[in-house]
Design a protein around this ligand. Sequence first.
Ligand code: SF4
Ligand code: SF4
Length: 337
Amino acid sequence: MAAIDVRVEASHYRRDGDVYVCGLCPHGCRIRPGEYGRCGSRRGDEDMLVAYSYGKVSSLCVDPVEKKPLYHWKPRSKCFSVGGIGCNMRCRHCQNYAISHLSSGKKRTTFERPEELVELCRRENQTVIAFTYNEPMIWHEYILDVMREGPELQCILVTNGLVNGEPLREMCRVANAMNVDVKGFTEEFYMDVCGAHLEDVLESLKTIHGEDVHLELTYLVIPGYNDSDDEIGGFCRWVRDELSPDVPVHFTRFHPDNKMMDVPWTPVETVLRCRSIGIGAGLRYVYVGNTLDEEAGSTYCPVCGKRVVDRLGYLVDASGLDGTSCIGCGTALNFVC
Ligand code: SF4
Ligand code: SF4
């Protein structure tokens, strides 16, 4: 681990007089020299806008891809998970606020050059690298450089989807799979709880779906905030109509955290209800998360009904798959194996 820092110029910005205008995400921050963007990942210097969080690593861990969660991408494989600092949303329930919400300079990090991070990944004998924990889209330059250093690696991004089209398409060129958090399905929820616009995220989902990237969605269900039948139904129909009924959707239980300690855990029945709404809307792969439920966590062939992947937590048995097809009836399923 290098103890030093480097100054890397940010991409996707322009100068407007003595102000830098960041074009990485829809916030479009106007940053003066000495200031940081809203996400903490960009700093204005006298001569350029700097990708301030470049190489600043806050977390490293090897874990199952199912934990991201990705259920349809290389089941049972492991990934080298890496977190940085900062985020362009301000979710009141954020579990990772220690790395995502403070001004970036205050969090203890190690500096890893792209080649050093790739070397760490190889040393762990991992061939998949996942950028997760905080928001990876604001680590744009660093992730592109890491993937350039390790072209044999496969790349997962776990993201909130708040990013502009051009940088997103650049990320799609290096990413193999993404899990996007859909926080809710009303503009009010996005603005009040997360500090972002729903429409911007939906736009990103359409872009990702149109690229060669495996996509899964996670919807954290918060009691009384984003769990009505109308909202869940609207979300599921949107996925079906604007993306595909084959996109896997994970309804996950909320637990009290950060600034939402007064909200209770999501009842298990609520996420099961959400799953039923999704299936009723025609989605083919709908799961529940943060609860052990073998039936609702497993994958069934949408044609013959055979259980093709059995899951209980991170215990996964994919013996019902023949490649990416159902072993029972031979139907090709939306899996990457
Ligand atoms: S990436 Fe960060 S600095 Fe750039 S517009 Fe978004 S929040 Fe602002
Ligand atoms: S998008 Fe994720 S990392 Fe960012 S504030 Fe929200 S929950 Fe935290």
